[in-house]
Design a protein. Structure first.
Length: 286
């Protein structure tokens, strides 16, 4: 299967994960969703990893890239994004979370004095315009505060750093399954440890109504994570990154199908998502 197809499957899987988390949070909370996701992913990937790979590959020093990546993403990124879903809705938080490439370019511009071509600046303008349209308050929706936008924006900014760390690790190991397993297991230990030592175990609310949604979301997150690593490992980043970042298109489509009574999709949202994706493609496909 081509890297491009893996990237498209990844985008669709992350969108499905978002929808299921949105449905499940009617019965629980974002921290529980993230913990269930990390646990299911680690429980599936961990035994396979030790059965399939020799210990010297599992514990090679280059895998420390994925440990560092796991502390950042999915640990912090996914919790921020899930909080954004609860506070803003999938149709707003999902597209904003997809602006990671914009932050990658901004970091390179200010910290490393990188000066890209005109098409990248155009992509940045489209991304900002799309974010503004998606973020605009819609008639008949639940109230939210502008500062709630910081959750998906923070997830996007932090993810832009993590992706570069992942790519450095894959350049050394070329083992996407090991990368996905190490990153997810690290995130599980970080999240569980922070909840345990902070005395907030009561915040984890695992109950029967939320489990079908969070369990299903965990499976789609596993598919998305694996497909992302496989696409990054096997293809040129300038080709697969724009395809991975088409997630907002799938989010809007799935929201219209499964969250019709809960979230409002209007013309400005659709235009905003199209501008966002166009901007992201312009930035990552330069």
């Amino acid at each position: 299967m081509s890297s491009e197809l893996w990237a498209i499957i990844s985008a669709a899987a992350w969108a499905a994960d978002s929808i299921l988390v949105r449905k499940g949070t009617a019965f629980s909370n974002p921290s529980t969703a993230a913990l269930v996701s990390f646990f299911v992913n680690t429980a599936i990937l961990g035994p396979y990893l030790f059965f399939q790979y020799p210990l010297e590959k599992i514990f090679q020093p280059a895998n420390l890239f994925f440990v560092v990546s796991g502390i950042i993403q999915p640990a912090i990124v996914r919790v921020l994004f899930y909080v954004g879903i609860v506070r803003l809705g999938v149709s707003r938080a999902g597209p904003i979370r997809g602006t990671s490439p914009f932050f990658s370019v901004a970091i390179a511009f200010f910290l490393f004095q990188d000066r890209p071509g005109l098409i990248v600046y155009l992509g940045g303008i489209l991304t900002v315009a799309g974010t503004w349209l998606v973020s605009y308050k819609r008639a008949g929706e639940a109230k939210w505060r502008p500062r709630d936008l910081l959750f998906p924006l923070g997830a996007a900014m932090i993810a832009s750093v993590s992706q570069n760390i992942r790519k450095m690790g894959l350049n050394s190991t070329s083992e996407p399954i090991i990368a996905a397993t190490v990153s997810t297991a690290t995130s599980l230990f970080c999240l569980f440890g922070s909840v345990l030592f902070s005395g907030n175990m009561r915040s984890i609310q695992i109950n029967r109504p939320c489990l079908p949604y969070y369990g299903g979301a965990a499976v789609f997150a596993l598919i998305g994570q694996l497909c992302t690593f496989i696409a990054l490992n096997g293809g040129q980043i300038s080709v697969v990154a724009p395809l991975i970042n088409t997630t907002p298109l799938f989010v809007i489509g799935l929201t219209a199908l499964f969250l019709r009574g809960e979230e409002k999709i209007n013309r400005s949202v659709v235009i905003g998502v199209v501008l966002l994706v166009a901007g992201i493609v312009a930035i990552t496909g330069r």
